[in-house]
Design a protein around this ligand. Structure first.
Ligand SMILES: NC(=O)c1ccc[n+]([C@@H]2O[C@H](COP(=O)([O-])OP(=O)(O)OC[C@H]3O[C@@H](n4cnc5c(N)ncnc54)[C@H](OP(=O)(O)O)[C@@H]3O)[C@@H](O)[C@H]2O)c1
Length: 189
């Protein structure tokens, strides 16, 4: 099983959201996320899941993290409720952790067996969209863990003011076919 965290954060302050919104709209960033995750299993927190258009992502199975065991997903054939993050320690298959902040933090501050094996780190260097209200949500602790415990395994790919690179947990075996597939998906842009 390989766990991959995929995020796009704002340079310097590591903001990934303001209220429910991602405070930028970069079409190529969404396309990259789609290329990397299509056909894969996604893990999303309840708030992020609610923010997906139609509460779905086509051609992907979604594991929704929520403490509410009665939570109703939009597509019970392909979307599944998970109330205990520890369950991901023993699940078969590859999983792409798609946020939000509380979910990245839960995977990256818990036990070693929950740590993502691979991180796709996209950094947006532009201005935040003006006029959004709500809390500014950042993933600084996750970035600090990444810089300390992971090493960069790819070039830096720059497109539309977003710089993307791939990081792998230091000292651990990583499934090379997964790494290769992700880097190919990024290089396609
Ligand atoms: N830039 C990016 O790459 C990116 C990616 C994704 C999201 N975002 C942004 O991130 C923000 C949302 O982040 P968020 O932290 O507020 O919300 P979130 O992580 O999407 O969802 C939070 C909810 O997930 C559930 N949850 C979290 N940890 C859990 C655990 N360990 N076990 C069980 N359930 C758990 C809880 O649901 P219940 O309350 O139902 O129990 C919690 O309220 C938005 O602004 C969104 O746009 C940005």
């Amino acid at each position: 099983m390989t766990k991959v965290a995929v995020w796009c954060r704002h340079a310097e302050d590591n903001i990934i959201g303001i209220g429910p919104h991602i405070p930028w709209h970069i079409a190529s960033d969404f396309k990259r996320f789609k290329r990397i995750t299509t056909g894969q299993n996604i893990i999303a927190g309840e708030k992020t899941y609610e923010s997906f258009p139609g509460r779905t992502l086509p051609e992907r199975d979604i594991y929704v993290l929520t403490f509410n065991a009665d939570y109703e997903v939009s597509d019970p054939g392909h979307h599944f409720v998970v109330t205990n993050i520890q369950n991901f320690k023993d699940m078969e298959g590859d999983f792409y952790i798609a946020g939000g902040a509380s979910v990245y933090k839960a995977f990256m501050s818990g036990s070693a067996r929950l740590l993502p094996d691979i991180i796709v780190d996209s950094v947006y260097r532009g201005e935040l969209a003006p006029g959004l209200s709500g809390p500014r949500i950042d993933i600084t602790p996750c970035v600090e863990t990444m810089l300390k415990n992971y090493r960069r395994m790819s070039a830096e790919y720059e497109l539309d003011n977003v710089v993307t690179s791939v990081w792998v947990k230091r000292g651990d075996f990583v499934e090379q076919s997964v790494l290769k597939r992700i880097i190919q998906a990024i290089e396609e842009e």
